[in-house]
Design a protein around this ligand. Structure first.
Ligand code: PDD
Length: 277
């Protein structure tokens, strides 16, 4: 399934869907994206993703090609066309097509491309392993840009070591986030800690939902940076993203986290998130 893509106004079979070779997304990575989870045919946290998309676009001065309401209609139609019940919608907006020149072109319409992918996020999980890598990204990680080369290098390093995620570390020893996720630790006092959302990290929409869920359940949430050493001695460690919900990290750089099993707080947050109405 997932046979259709949406490209600039048309729903096309994936094999025919194409953008111009002078699209600035292709040439400069000049664009932004969102990944929205779909469960049981329902879009998860859609408003949150739209808000972050609007922010990313305005930070790099791209005018939205369509309104949020129209975008939602396009997404719903693509979901229907592809018979998607469980999976993700990938949405990308670039500055558009222009002769190659670094500065912004004038009077160019932004390009909008959408695809879907089947993916089942189960409540049950045995947890995953992760490695640490240096964070080699730029200083505006709050913008969800399609320029993901450092993230791809990090994820590839993890994959080559049989790990699920690469956790990125600043020169000062603090962790920023995963290559495609936010990182959380649970302290021995059961405080759930995650890095504050400033330009150092992408403010995950799942991160925001989990913080809300935690607060509703009287779980103490603290926003502060933490080091690799703290993460290694944490009671629980987990990453969050639209594609992984809250995923227990049971091993970091070959060291067992806690008792080496998914932790209670992580699994409670995961279940609550996946049961979200
Ligand atoms: N990535 N940090 C980074 C660097 C990410 O790429 C992502 C998500 C997140 C979590 O954001 P959210 O909770 O809104 O998914 C944090 C998506 C899933 C991706 O690139 O595929």
């Amino acid at each position: 399934m997932s046979r259709f893509a949406y490209v600039n106004g048309a729903y096309r079979p994936l094999s025919d869907a194409a953008v111009h070779i002078e699209d600035r997304g292709y040439q400069f990575g000049d664009g932004v994206y969102e990944v929205v989870l779909v469960r049981g045919g329902k879009l998860y946290d859609f408003e949150g993703h739209m808000q972050r998309l609007g922010r990313s676009l305005s930070e790099i001065e791209i005018a939205p090609p369509v309104s949020d309401a129209v975008l939602k209609m396009i997404i719903k139609r693509l979901i229907r066309l592809n018979g998607l019940r469980n999976g993700i919608v990938y949405l990308q907006i670039t500055r558009g097509v222009a002769r190659r020149d670094h500065k912004f072109p004038k009077d160019v319409n932004a390009s909008l491309v959408l695809t879907t992918k089947h993916l089942q996020v189960a409540t049950e999980t045995n947890g995953k392993s992760a490695i640490t890598v240096p964070d080699q990204r730029w200083s505006r990680r709050d913008i969800k840009t399609i320029q993901l080369l450092p993230n791809c290098l990090a994820k590839q390093a993890a994959s080559e070591q049989g790990a699920f995620e690469a956790i990125m570390v600043m020169p000062d020893g603090t962790i920023t986030e995963g290559s495609s996720s936010n990182l959380w630790m649970v302290s021995d006092k059961n405080t759930v800690i995650t890095r504050p959302a400033n330009a150092d990290i992408l403010n995950g929409i799942t991160r925001l939902a989990l913080a809300r869920i935690g607060a509703d359940r009287q779980i103490k949430i603290e926003e502060r940076a933490f080091t690799v050493d703290e993460a290694l001695s944490a009671k629980e460690l987990f990453v969050s993203s639209a594609t992984s919900a809250a995923m227990p990290i049971i091993e970091l750089d070959g060291h067992k986290i806690g008792n080496g099993q998914p932790g209670d707080i992580t699994m409670a947050l995961r279940a609550a998130y996946l049961n979200m109405e």
